[in-house]
Design a protein around this ligand. Sequence first.
Ligand code: SOE
Length: 383
Amino acid sequence: MTNKIKVGVAGLGFIGPAHIEALRRLPDVEVVAINDFSDDYARSKAQSLGIEKSYGDFQAMLADPEIQCVHICTPNFLHYPMAKSALQAGKHVVCEKPLSNTSAEAKELVELAAKTGLVNAVHFNLRYYPLVRHMKVMREKGQLGKVHSVIGTYLQDWLYYETDYNWRLEPDKSGESRAIADIGSHLMDIIEYISGLHVTAVMADFATVHKNRKKPTKPIETYSGKLLQPEDYQEVPINTEDYATVMLRFDDGSKGVVTVSQVSAGRKNRLDLEISGSKETYHWCSESPNNLWVGKRDTANQMLMRDPSLVDREAAGLITFPGGHNEGFPDTSKQLFKEVYKAVREGKQPANPTYPTFADGLRELILCEKIIESNRKQAWVQV
Ligand code: SOE
């Protein structure tokens, strides 16, 4: 085996360990270090994850000459300064979404990354569900026809109660938008990815269901599901959206609508997408990601199962196990990182990366800011 590519992962909340697990499934990559907010915390996480080195200071991890690539899985407001200093330290970077808190910061990162030539990727992992790729390829081959409509929802319930709390509720950590930036970014990304269309105008309407929430007096992890008692919290005002609906206009004149919510009881983490074209309709839902419904006008509808022999060859490349052996969320990151680490092995960002890049991260920040502006003005805004 050639030398393994050495990786450092920063941020060990909900998604950092998911990156580590996916990286461990790649034969030529090794996570050798982690970083979090204090030496003690980083050390205890490193022990429980079986990782050799731990750093309470991100700059110290960047100074480690062994590390070639850094994954940034920290709260959103840290993405920009950390990605910037990682690139300046000559490390390849995989960053969580959203790439930063503003499009100005994201633009700077895109420019800096281009100047260095280093590999840069954003973890828009939903693109790597095989049936998402299959829909994209079928659209490229003309099987969908001209798009008539796009209807997407992304619903969660982990912020359902006023006692549910997380750093994502605080704009200084999470950015001015919450539900749109957090989950709307995934939805908008795969809509443009699958349809090949670009959003040219947005009309948004937000709601904050819980105007006040109970903030825990001690830190609490994402998806902890912990029900707080009165002695555990203080009441704080909430200034970001729990819910948003956005009407979309695309560059070919077609239309769409998306709704995101983090207060929909029973919807744990459900992205549901229906794209209707002049030839057929695709319906796919992240809660049953191994099925794709193909709607027909003149013949019986079809239910396509994720099976390497039934999907397009490109989509089959994202499948590890035969049909009936279900794959899901953790496999998407593995497939994304496989493509990223091919580029890391070659030492530079390819001319046309197959994986989502900082430029895709910037695109989502631009859309997010236009959506916020539209909600504020209660009017259509051009993108
Ligand atoms: C929380 O809403 C969250 O963890 C998002 O930040 C992720 O991107 C999504 O995959 C699941 O939910």
